[in-house]
Design a protein around this ligand. Structure first.
Ligand code: ACO
Length: 436
């Protein structure tokens, strides 16, 4: 193919530059050649919130936001949700290919082997207040595991990385279940090796005094599908954090805790909890129009709507809607669904939302299912973090193995004072606006 070139003329100097275009991008560092004079540092690109900057090459997840397409390693999300188990998809995301039966068996056994938490970690969890937010407990406990596994610092050792990946994927449901039971004051249930990933999680959440807990297979499958849908989503806010922290060669436990912290925010994974609060606030179908008018007038956002990449229906939201119908057959219909459907209908016909291409995202319907399954809203983001741990770890592996990557360190455009004369304390006057 003919080499693609971007030609640029700097109007300050009339100098002409040529930059190769590769994969639809130029290298931002090439711009440094553009200088207005000998002392000039070179041109930078300015991109707050990374609206138009690719920070890495990645072969894991493909999204076409205009067409509403999501694929893991080339496979459409719809097919994976229909045909696979969560750990099968986890294998695909981590290693690039769908596993054979034997590969899957070994992977499942490897993950299951690591579901137990060290007893000391359990003690650590017991130190939290009964009303501690489960996401805070989850983040802190994942970070604390870094002290339990100091070998995790050997991030350049592929065998060590593999071990930590299995440990993390194995332990996150156990931490989540312990956090849940802690908030209810229930005793902890140890993992059961004979159960599938999702059934084991449900067992640790909901088993009481019965000798054997049996998860409803419809609900277990719905949760498995939800896990598949949340497993990776290319360079979103939390994955970017995983890569940024990982770029300093910090161990994967603290990287994952950092990524989970980013996920907890209401504009990211925390939105699923906010959607439920919003539906509670709206209260009934009749109040939907009034609520939407308030949003349009600038009072808050429609939580669970809008996406940086999707400017079309989020394909995950479509599958979740389908899964919700299956769940409601088993649990009874969550009345909030009617409010959500009305909200979606009115918003999708409204000029404000059409013009800005705002569609329901993954968080819009997930909370309604989680609530029907019996979770309190505070748990919703933890339920997101469990499967996303797989995506974070796959992206972290890719980062560590990428020879082009270095410690992540953006530049800034300095807007502060030039050098100032120091003022002794007795001569200082109160100055307004110290926020610079
Ligand atoms: N409700 C109302 N208006 C919205 C919404 C919303 N949910 N989302 C965006 N807009 C408006 C903005 O106010 C802006 O309007 P303007 O052009 O008049 O200023 C326009 O749409 C563009 O929005 P941006 O904020 O520039 O979009 P951005 O890509 O930066 O933000 C985000 C994406 C954070 C997801 C945003 O849509 C949002 O806050 N949504 C609600 C929170 C949410 O659901 N988050 C979950 C996202 S999915 C996930 O992380 C798993």
């Amino acid at each position: 193919m003919e080499k693609q070139i971007l030609s640029v003329v700097d109007s300050r100097t009339n100098d002409r530059y040529e930059f190769p275009i590769e994969n639809g991008a130029i290298r931002a560092s090439d711009l440094r050649q553009i200088r207005s004079g000998a002392d000039d540092f070179g041109l930078m690109s300015f991109d707050p919130a990374f609206l138009n900057t690719a920070s890495c090459r990645s072969a894991i997840t493909f999204i076409d936001g205009d067409k509403g397409i999501l694929r893991y390693r080339g496979y459409p999300i719809e097919r994976l949700a229909e045909k696979c188990t969560f750990l099968e998809v986890a294998y695909l995301i981590l290693y690039g290919e769908l596993p054979t039966e034997l590969q899957l068996k070994n992977f499942v056994a490897g993950v299951t082997h690591h579901t137990m938490l060290h007893e000391k970690t359990k003690n650590f969890l017991e130190g939290f207040n009964h009303d501690a937010h489960p996401m805070g407990m989850f983040i802190s406990t994942v970070a604390a595991l870094s002290t339990v596994y100091p070998d995790a610092r050997r991030v350049l050792d592929p065998e060590s990385r593999e071990l930590q990946i299995r440990r993390l994927i194995g332990k996150v449901p156990t931490i989540a279940a312990y956090a849940y039971r802690h908030s209810l004051g229930y005793p902890y249930i140890y993992p059961d090796d004979e159960l599938s990933y999702t059934e084991n999680f449900m067992n640790m959440l909901w088993r009481m005094v019965e000798p054997k807990y049996r998860a409803n297979p419809v609900l277990a499958r719905a949760l498995d599908i939800l896990f598949i849908l949340h497993a990776d989503h290319e360079q979103n806010c939390s994955t970017n954090v995983m890569r940024a922290v990982g770029s300093s060669q910090a161990d994967p436990f603290v990287c994952t805790a950092a990524a989970a912290s980013a996920l907890s925010g209401p504009l990211h994974g925390g939105a699923n909890e906010e959607v439920l609060k919003m539906l509670d606030e709206i209260g009934s179908k009749d109040n939907v129009r009034g609520y939407i008018e308030k949003v349009k007038a600038g009072h808050g956002k429609l939580m669970g709507f809008g996406h940086r990449i999707y400017k079309n229906y989020d394909p995950r939201a479509r599958i979740i809607k389908w899964a919700a119908d299956q769940v409601f057959v088993a649990t009874g219909r969550n009345p909030k669904l009617d409010i959500a459907l009305e909200l979606e209908k009115i918003a999708l016909e409204d000029e404000y939302f059409i013009k800005r291409k705002l569609y329901p995202n993954v968080d819009f319907y997930s909370g309604i299912i989680y609530q029907a399954l019996g979770f309190k809203p505070e748990m919703f983001t933890v339920l997101f973090a469990i499967p996303r741990t797989v995506g974070w770890l796959a992206q972290w592996q890719e980062l560590i193995q990428d020879p082009e990557q270095k410690i992540a360190r953006p530049r800034q455009l300095y807007t502060g004072y030039d050098a100032r004369e120091f003022v002794p304390i007795e001569k200082r006057a109160i100055r307004a606006a110290a926020s610079r």
